[in-house]
Design a protein around this ligand. Structure first.
Ligand code: ADP
Ligand code: MG
Length: 395
């Protein structure tokens, strides 16, 4: 058992909480604040126990100076202050005198948010490569470190593993809840055990398929992920999403797990990804050269349904189409509907998948919505998460 925030006396202590505020932001507006809400329990606990609360999170990816403009945590500070009904002190830098001085003057129950930890990636990837000096520096700003960013716990970064290596530590309520919901399912899944994989982060997730295939009975592949597999099986996919580098790998997987991997048999296509565009549904081998496959078709829904109906454990990661656009939301919606009528352990992971399920009103019909897509898949593969492994065990 890992130490938790409850194992510490927080009064008067500078408590650094690593949260996951990696929310979608469009033109400065947060379009989905579920991740902020998911962190409130731990933050409120720290406030109630008279800590001096220091929050850290990453947001998006930072490769250039311009990326900083669209990936500042300032809108998050505003939203958080509404949710907590309390002022949030936002420091628009990740290190320096202003940050240090403000922290040294921080009072009990006050909450400070540090700017996007990935701004440090412009310094030779210091955050993402878990630079030792950076982890030590951030640790020096606090007395206790609480990791509650489940969504990044499969990565070894300065803001989780780096700080934890240099400070007394524990996990927060969100990670505790995620582990409780996921660990039992992983250790002893009831069979048939089916994984639904979709979404667009193909290269991030594709490598997990091999380990999942060893544990699961069926892997239903839809969304952007499907087209690389379809191409690997010799089907023309037009202008659909393709991960060229993994074609050979997909081919190998298809050969090795031909009885487990189930691919779409039809597709909803368009010439562009936008609202109100004209769509065409066709069999999978009829996609035209200029078409983009953007959703699974009705026949695929029926096919997937057959596998889902006999499953006892279902893990879903990645939407089955561009569900944000009405014309391509049908596959994801219909699979939600199918799941709602099935009696099985149903676990959903991934920011977008969770958002889709909530948006379509099926939140209550699944067993658990995980805040971490990659992290939950890693756990399901049977791997350890570095951001959690580094946390001290209870004596
Ligand atoms: P999650 O956040 O649940 O882990 P991802 O981030 O991998 O999922 O993928 C979500 C995105 O995948 C959505 O924005 C959705 O529009 C996109 N997507 C789904 N199907 C397709 C497709 N066929 N082509 C391109 N993008 C797709
Ligand atoms: Mg996503």
């Amino acid at each position: 058992m890992k130490k938790t925030i409850r194992d510490y006396d927080l009064k008067g202590k500078r408590v650094i909480i690593r949260v996951d505020f990696n929310v979608p932001i469009q033109d400065g507006e947060i379009t989905d604040d579920n991740r902020i809400k998911a962190s409130l329990e731990t933050i409120r606990y720290a406030i109630r126990h008279q800590a001096k609360v220091i929050l850290m999170s990453h947001l998006g990816r930072i490769k250039t100076e311009e990326d900083k403009l669209t990936n500042t945590l300032e809108p998050v500070a505003l939203r958080l202050s509404e949710l907590l009904d309390q002022e949030i002190i936002f420091i628009d830098e990740t290190r320096g005198k202003l940050l240090e001085d403000t922290i040294s003057e921080l009072k009990e129950k006050e909450v400070l948010l540090i700017e996007n930890t990935r701004f440090e990636d412009l310094n030779d990837q210091a955050e993402s490569q878990n630079n030792e000096e950076l982890g030590k520096y951030w640790a020096s700003l606090g007395d206790i470190f609480i990791n509650d960013a489940f969504g990044t716990s499969h990565r070894s970064h300065a803001s989780n593993v780096g700080i934890a290596s240099n400070l007394a530590n524990g996990i927060g309520f969100l990670i505790e809840k995620e582990l409780k919901a996921l660990e039992k399912t992983i250790q002893r899944p009831r069979h048939p055990f089916t994984v639904i994989l979709g979404g667009s982060k193909v290269s991030d997730k594709i490598k997990m398929i091999e380990n999942l295939a060893k544990k699961a009975d069926y892997i239903l592949i839809g969304g952007g992920m499907a087209y690389t597999f379809l191409k690997a099986s010799g089907i023309e996919i037009g202008s659909s999403l393709l991960d060229d580098e993994h074609l050979a790998f997909c081919q190998e997987m298809l050969e090795k797990y031909s009885d487990k991997i189930i691919l779409p048999i039809d597709s909803v296509n368009a010439l562009e990804i936008k609202e109100n565009v004209e769509t065409r549904e066709c069999f999978i081998n009829e996609i035209k050269e200029n078409e983009i496959g953007l959703d699974i078709g009705n026949q695929t829904v029926k096919l997937f349904k057959q596998y889902l109906e006999k499953s006892k454990t279902i893990i879903w990661n990645g939407p089955l189409g561009c569900f944000e656009i009405e014309q391509f939301s049908s596959g994801t919606k219909k699979i939600c509907e199918v799941l709602s009528r099935i009696d099985a352990k149903k676990i959903v992971g991934g920011g977008d998948t969770g958002a889709a399920i909530i948006q379509f009103g099926y939140e209550e019909s699944v067993s658990h919505i995980s805040t971490g897509g990659g992290a939950s898949l890693k756990l399901l593969e049977g791997k350890k998460l570095p951001g959690i492994e580094i946390i001290e065990n209870k004596k």
